[in-house]
Ligand binder design. Structure first.
Ligand SMILES: CC(C)(COP(=O)(O)OP(=O)(O)OC[C@H]1O[C@@H](n2cnc3c(N)ncnc32)[C@H](O)[C@@H]1OP(=O)(O)O)[C@@H](O)C(=O)NCCC(=O)NCCS
Length: 188
């Protein structure tokens, strides 16, 4: 892999940028305080903006590391206000693999936003960071997340039983991935 850090990316409707000091209010309001957003995630909904601020500060500190990839998802129509995040949550350098996680606020669900963001991030990770395998996983009770993976050309690889956990408890994990060599023509 050729680490290049969290660089600004742009799509038709979105800017994907680093989080900045000052994003805590939007983070709290737009997604992090919502228990429905966090239902299938591993973090608790934020109980106050101070919690968002503290999470944000941790993220900002990590941007000095070129192997840290964490984008704020900002619709161009939303000023400069983030509505969610898309992040490399796990990495295996030996096999040039990254594992991606994402979430956006409920108000923006089912508008194609996460699929648009994931496509851009996958292009960047394959083309610039020289990643060989991009994977993600979801709880089968959260099928829309799997639909995002499918829309971005990832292939279903199987479901591991009771292999993961989130705020709903221990769960099965549906795995999807795309390899660099099979990427061409696979993105729908
Ligand atoms: C899962 C999540 C990221 C999906 O994001 P999104 O921006 O709504 O996804 P998209 O609009 O790109 O939708 C992709 C596909 O999912 C399906 N889908 C998404 N939301 C749907 C809804 N509310 N009802 C029915 N289908 C839906 C559709 O098939 C859609 O494709 P289509 O628009 O061509 O029909 C979003 O719901 C979310 O942030 N949830 C909370 C956090 C989370 O669960 N993250 C994933 C953890 S694994």
């Amino acid at each position: 892999m050729k680490h290049c850090g969290t660089q600004r990316l742009e799509t038709d409707r979105l800017v994907l940028r680093r989080f900045v000091d000052g994003d805590a209010a939007a983070m709290y309001k737009n997604w992090a305080s919502d228990k429905e957003v966090a239902k299938f995630l591993m973090w608790q909904p934020h109980s106050s903006q101070e919690v968002s601020q503290s999470v944000l500060e941790d993220w900002l500190n990590r941007y000095s590391d070129d192997s840290y990839y964490n984008w704020a998802i900002v619709p161009k129509k939303n000023g400069d206000e983030p509505i969610g995040s898309i992040t490399v949550v796990n990495m295996n350098e030996k096999i040039s693999m990254v594992h991606i996680g994402y979430c956006i606020g409920k108000k923006w669900w089912h508008k194609g936003i996460t699929s648009e963001a994931l496509k851009a991030v996958m292009d960047y990770l394959f083309d610039v960071a020289d990643v060989n395998r991009i994977e993600s996983r979801h709880d089968p009770r959260n099928p829309n997340s799997g639909k995002v993976m499918q829309k971005c050309g990832m292939k279903y690889e199987g479901t591991l039983r009771a292999a993961d956990w989130n705020n709903m408890g221990i769960c099965d994990a549906c795995y999807y991935a795309l390899l660099k060599e099979e990427r061409r023509n696979s993105i729908v």
